[in-house]
Design a protein around this ligand. Structure first.
Ligand code: NAD
Length: 431
């Protein structure tokens, strides 16, 4: 099939490369010309394991990019909207990027003779596809949805860091279409993937994505609250959650307490659902608490540090990990951002190391030192804060011995205490 993908960020690049791998002809539409050039040269605009290999294999053959909506729409049968849906100032969803992309798509559709399908893959609050995207398409194309063009919503559940694998091996595919014709054509694209397709209407598909992320975020905040209580009681919360997770109704996943969740999805998606609930006159007290607990966790790390060293002012603090999670260079809503801000506010000198995300964090903090290795960050440090679950931090090969004061605060429960041979003060955030 012939597909166009609007937006070449995390979701758009992975979707485009994976559809090409499934044998479809894919055209990416991107407003950032640098990304257009990158995709055409087979260079992924973002880092994801396995993405470069797919892009190199298909660029110039099944995969190309352009900033020209007309060209892409004329040369495809189905377009996926994969642009960002950030939080607005009040936390509710900001649909301005979706509206702009949809208007461009509508204009291009007005000049198209054949039937076309538009699919929203961006995460959007329930009712957006039918009450925002569809009317904009009709207005700018002068055509009628369900007659001249089809519309669907197909949420994306990939995990950054495992995005290519997750796209090709999903545990669910949800297709929410306005009619049977649209649903059948969208489903056909996934024929090469071994996964049952759940068919719904658009607003149910939109809701499934929010419930998925909100439930995972709730498990994390719940585990952090339990971890904070356990720490006060001198109970190892990981021992508790290990046993609790053996209940098949609960599962062992997402029960690890620590410094909280970040990334481009969980915080913004929970806030967007809170915003939507309030919009329709419902007070979502549980979802608001999920965000409140998460906002407090990173500051607990600095509180612990303050308890352990007299004054933070002038102290050298090593921060290990800047990405919001391991195996990505993405720093959006990374928990290291509020921690570093607080450290700087208190007058610390921050020496940070991350295997991939230092370049991106450089755009947020120009007043900290970025180190090339963990040992360089740790040398002569007064304390070390572990922020990201990178595999290389799991082994203590990088030697805490080079620190001036051997205090390690582990926000990810990563370092195995029994393996530590040095005489260090090792403090977990939640036990
Ligand atoms: P992103 O910001 O990384 O990428 C968006 C891309 O769209 C950018 O490259 C931007 O230049 C481009 N763009 C903006 N306006 C455009 C326009 N008018 N025309 C063409 N291109 C345009 O975003 P992302 O992380 O890929 O997320 C996209 C959507 O997918 C969001 O709604 C997000 O919530 C959702 N999502 C993200 C993930 C994830 O792990 N990142 C997972 C599932 C769902």
């Amino acid at each position: 099939m012939k597909v166009s993908i609007i937006g070449s960020g995390y979701v758009g690049s992975v979707t485009a490369a994976c559809f090409a791998e499934l044998g479809h002809q894919v055209i990416c539409i991107e407003i950032d010309e640098t990304k257009v050039e990158q995709v055409n040269a087979g260079i992924p605009p973002i880092y994801e394991e396995g993405l470069e290999e797919l892009m190199q294999r298909h660029a110039g053959k099944l995969l190309s990019a352009t900033s020209d909506y007309d060209y892409a729409v004329q040369n495809s049968d189905i377009s996926f909207i994969c642009v960002g849906t950030p939080s607005g100032d009040d936390g509710a969803i900001d649909l301005s990027i979706v509206r702009a992309a949809t208007a461009s798509l509508g204009r291009a559709l007005s000049r198209k003779k054949n039937y076309h399908i538009v699919v929203v893959k961006s995460t959007v609050v329930p009712e957006t596809t039918e009450k925002v995207v569809l009317p904009i398409l009709e207005e700018y194309s002068g055509k009628r949805a369900g007659v001249d063009f089809g519309v669907g919503m197909n949420p994306e559940f990939l995990r950054e860091g495992n995005a290519v694998y997750d796209f090709m091996h999903p545990d669910k595919i949800v297709v929410g279409a306005i009619d049977g014709r649209s649903g059948a054509i969208i489903s056909e694209l996934y024929r090469g993937i071994d996964c049952e397709i759940t068919h719904t209407g658009p607003k149910t598909a939109e809701m499934i994505k929010y419930v998925n992320n909100s439930l995972l975020a709730t498990k994390i905040s719940f585990s952090n609250e339990i971890g904070n209580i356990c720490k006060k009681l001198g109970i190892d919360t990981y021992e508790v959650m290990d046993a609790v997770g053996k209940d098949f109704r609960i599962s062992p996943y997402f029960l690890n307490s620590g410094v909280g969740f970040g990334g481009s999805c969980f915080p913004k998606d929970v806030k967007a659902l809170v915003g939507k609930a309030k919009d329709i006159g419902y007070d979502p007290i549980l979802l608001e608490s999920v965000i409140n607990v998460n906002d407090r966790q990173p500051l607990k790390m600095v509180e612990l540090l303050e308890q352990k060293i007299d004054r933070i002012t002038g102290k050298k603090i090593a921060v290990l990990g800047l990405a919001f999670k391991n195996d990505t260079d993405d720093i959006r809503e990374s928990r290291s951002i509020p921690v570093i801000s607080e450290l700087l506010r208190l007058g610390a000198e921050v020496f940070a190391y991350d295997p991939m995300a230092a370049g991106n964090m450089g755009k947020v903090f120009s007043n900290i030192t970025y180190c090339d290795t963990a040992v360089e960050a740790l040398a002569d440090a007064d304390a070390c804060l572990v922020m990201t679950e990178w595999e290389e931090f799991r082994s203590i090969d990088f030697k805490f011995g080079v620190m001036k004061n051997k205090l390690v605060i582990d926000g990810r429960h990563l370092i195995k205490v029994k393996d530590i041979k040095e005489d260090i003060d090792y403090v977990g955030l939640c036990w």
